[in-house]
Structures are given as C-alpha cells and as structure tokens.
Design a binder for this molecule. Structure first.
Ligand code: ADP
Length: 493
C-alpha cells in the first residue's frame, strides 16, 4: 500500500513527546513490511539539514492559504530509510526555536502555521505524483488533512483512492482557535457548524479531523471507550460517540531494540528474566547516581514523567509523605514540568533524607538507568491514552503500580496472590488513601521473596512490539483502502 504518514514531530528529527516515537516506529514497521511509506513533517529550525542530509526535491511549492498562496520548499531525508521523509519548509512559520510554543505560551499563529502544513502536504503529494491509499494523520496539528480530503481535494483524481485515518494520541490537546482563523483554511462557513469545525463558537482542528476522517484511532482500547464519556472526552465525547463505529483502539508498540535490559547499552549491567543478577547492580548504580543511600535490600520505587495534571504526580507527591512514613522504601523521580509538584517532591526529599532522589530535566540515558535500577514503577495518571513507561517497566522487571485507566488498564494485569498471576498492581481512585494502599500492597509482596520472583517473572514475559501493533493498523488500512470504496464523493457535513 502507499501510505502518507503526517505528523508534527518524529524521532530522531525532532521530539517533544511520545508522538515522535510513534511517528518513527509505526512508519518504519510498515515500510519493513513492504509498504511504500512517506513521512511528512514541518522543517523546524532545529532539524539540522546537514546532519539529516536534507536534499531539496521541489521548490517553490505553492500552498493556497488565506487570500492567496504562500511558498514552501520540499526537502527529503534518507535518514529514516526505508521510510522516505519529507520536510515542508517555510521559515516564517517553522524557522523558530519552538515547535508549538516559545516555552511559555503557544505561538499565536499556530492555526495559520498548521493550516499551512496540512495544505502543503497535499500540494507536496501532487508535486511528486504520490497517490496514497491511506493518509494517516496524527493529533490536532494534522486535523485539517481529513477535512481537506473531503472538501478542496474531494474530486481531485490524485486522491480518489485515498482514505484518511486520524489518530488521537491525547484528546487533551485539540487545537482550538478563534473562528476568524477559518480564513486561513479557505474553507467555507458552511463547515462552521456543530457537525463540522465549530466548537463553542471557536474552531477545533481535532474535531474536524475526527468527524471527517474515514477511521479514527486512539492508542489503547480502554481509552477508545473512555473518550466517549464526559469525564475523559474533553467536550468531544458526543463526537466520539457519533463516530464510534469507525473508532478503534490500537495500543502503541514498544521499541524493544531500544528498551530491552538484555541488550541495553545504556545500563551498567544487562540482565534478563533468566539471569536477573545484573538488575541489582543497576539498582546500586542508580542509588549512587541519585544521591540516596546505597542499599540493595530496601525497595526502590520510581517514576519518569512529565509533571502535569494528566500524570497525577501532584497527588502522588502528597501521598508519599504518608506512604514513606508507613513503609520503608526509597523513591526516585526523573521529570520536568509543574513547579508546584517539583516543590512538593523537594519537600519530600528534605523530610526523608537519603531516601528520595530527584532529577529535574529530560535525560534519556538516566531514563534507562531508572527503568533498570528500580524495583517498582508508579503511574498514578488521571488519564493515560496509552503510556509507554509501564510497558518498559514490565520488560525491565520493574513492577508497575498503575491507576486503572486507558492504556495502563489494558497493559497491566493486577497481581493475584492466590493464583500467582498478574504483572503489577492496579488501583482505581486517585486519592491519597488509594495510592498509599496500592504502595503498601506492592511493598508487602516485595518482602515475600517467592511471590516477588513470580510477579517479576510474569512482568518480564509481557511483550507487545510495533511488529504486533502494525498488524492491527494494516487490518484497518485494508478495510478502508481499495477502488471499490468510492472516496471521491464530497462528504461535507
Ligand atoms: P507521555 O507521552 O504522555 O509523556 P508516555 O509514558 O507515553 O507518556 O511516554 C513518555 C516517554 O517520555 C517515555 O519514553 C519516557 O521514558 C519519556 N520521558 C518522560 N519524561 C522524561 C524525562 N524527564 N527524561 C527522559 N525521558 C522522559
């Protein structure tokens, strides 16, 4: 199949979050299976042209926008071979330090920037006569692509066979802008309705993508259910319910070439389920690195996370004051984000000397050491579309304690002492009591050597790679693609 994969970031070119990992792994896996996959990205200033061997393939590329047309240059990089990666360059929009914000607030011209990007992707495909079977879009930045497919390009023969897939990685980010920005899109006000882009008298890029895509996916089965409810749907629950027949949950795979304790070059000692001794060495290294008491016997719990409301780290920090008084264990954090949460953890460290290790910032190497060195990983997320760290933790034998939501609920099985089954610990409510109870439960099993060994072994058997996930995407693509399904009809809402 010919697949255009459209995203606003992709590893290794540019990454701010998990989307970049998906935009690297999924296209690569599809290409390995013989599909012709083209990845489209903006050419941000920070993407080094020389490093990634960007070659100019088309310029100028006319992109209709607002009252007229703007110009782009199209580059290609062989760096992600076998995926062919294209970059849309327009310095006035992407030639700046940040991707979406200046570090404090979102760029005011984001609607204009990403309208341009979506439109440019179509123009680029036309320029080099790439006629895709599938256009796979990701998050609000690409939300206008399905809209354009059904409007401006509805009767364009180049896209007659092209079905659109919209993947929602996190419904908390939707691209909501003042309605005047509809101007940039060159779409008519007939789309400014409850069944179109309109959202509380504003325009919502993600909503447009959801309603006009041929299929919508989210990154776990449970999350696909949850977003149809008011609690998780961030005001788009009615839209998700409306399209539930074409809404699918496909869990993100793990890149085990990168995240495998048996081969990981970033940890001091490799280990596996059958030979786990190296894990203790990693623990001692981590304790030393984090400046906490070096002690192989004490349970070591940790978290690697953005410190945001979504992740529930505020409640976790508060709960730990009680939990650490109740049970003897150490705690390490690798994270960045909310200043108030950072202060709570700093206070925790001062309260429990030698037991709390903190590292503020982003550090890939340290993330691997934390995964390898801890005994328990905690993720108390308020919501979690998929979550990767709990899956990494399973592989590293770092037993996850998770709130039963989204991908966490799908990928972790609660420990059942009677049957010695399960891979971690789950709790339902995000309250101090529930968090402390889950921690106590986990620590109790830790002290039972036989049970702990079994639990750790169960966890390490878990495996879900991109090779598994890609089969589900292929199945979905096949159900959409093909000349039998006439997609050229204008399907304006
Ligand atoms: P999300 O994408 O919502 O942030 P995920 O669990 O899906 O959460 O993925 C987070 C990814 O980012 C993981 O690979 C995790 O290890 C990594 N990560 C998060 N914070 C840090 C950090 N401070 N340093 C290094 N890696 C981090």
């Amino acid at each position: 199949m010919k697949i255009a994969f459209v995203a606003s970031e992709a590893y290794p070119f540019v990454k701010t979050g998990g989307l970049a990992d998906v935009s690297y792994s999924l296209p690569r896996e599809l290409a390995r299976r013989g599909h012709d996959v083209r990845l489209f990205l903006p050419r941000y200033y920070r993407i080094d042209k020389r490093n990634f061997r960007l070659a100019l393939v088309h310029a100028p590329l006319g992109v209709p926008l607002g009252f007229g047309e703007k110009w782009a240059a199209l580059y290609e990089s062989p760096h992600a071979h076998p995926v062919r990666t294209y970059f849309i360059e327009h310095d006035a929009y992407f030639g700046r330090d940040g991707l979406y914000d200046d570090g404090y607030s979102a760029y005011a011209d984001n609607p204009e920037r990403f309208t341009f990007f979506c439109r440019a992707v179509f123009q680029a495909m036309k320029a080099f006569e790439f006629r895709p079977d599938i256009i796979h879009c990701n998050d609000w930045q690409t939300g206008l692509v399905p809209v354009y497919r059904k409007t401006h390009y509805a009767s364009d023969p180049d896209f007659a066979g092209a079905a659109t897939v919209m993947t929602v990685h996190n419904v908390g980010y939707q691209g909501v802008f003042h309605k005047d920005n509809l101007f940039w899109t060159q779409l008519g006000w007939d789309l400014f309705t409850v069944d179109g882009l309109e959202y509380y008298d504003q325009i919502n890029f993600l909503k447009g993508g959801i309603l006009l895509a041929d299929a919508v996916t989210t990154v776990s089965r449970r999350y696909a259910q949850e977003i149809q409810s008011e609690e998780f749907g961030y005001n788009l629950a009615p839209e998700f319910r409306k399209i539930r027949e074409r809404l699918h949950g496909i869990t993100n795979g793990v890149d085990y070439e990168k995240w495998n304790p048996a081969t990981d070059p970033r940890i001091p000692k490799t280990y596996s389920a059958s030979s786990i001794a190296g894990k203790t060495e990693c623990k001692l290294h981590l304790q030393h690195r984090m400046g906490i008491t070096v002690d192989r016997g004490i349970p070591l719990m940790g978290i690697i996370s953005r410190l945001t409301y979504q992740k529930g780290t505020d409640v976790l920090a508060e709960s730990l004051f009680t939990a650490m008084r109740t049970d003897p264990f150490q705690f390490v954090v690798l994270g960045s984000g909310d200043e108030g949460t950072i202060q709570k953890f700093e206070h925790l460290r001062a309260t429990f000397p030698g037991r709390v290790g903190l590292f503020w910032g982003h550090d890939e190497d340290l993330a691997h050491l934390v995964e390898a060195g801890i005994d328990l990983f905690i993720m108390p997320s308020r919501y979690e579309p998929c979550g990767l760290n709990q899956m990494y933790s399973l592989k590293y034998g770092s037993v996850p304690i998770v709130r039963a939501t989204g991908g966490l609920d799908d990928t972790v099985v609660d420990w059942d002492e009677a049957h010695a089954t399960g891979t971690g610990f789950k709790f339902s409510e995000l309250t101090h009591e529930s968090v402390c109870a889950a921690i106590s439960r986990a620590i109790a099993v830790y002290w039972n050597a036989a049970a702990w060994k079994k639990l750790q072994q169960n966890a390490m058997k878990f495996s879900y790679s991109w090779g598994d996930a890609v089969i589900e995407y292929e199945r979905l693509y096949s159900s959409l693609a093909g000349p039998a399904k006439n997609r050229s009809a204008d399907r304006r809402p």
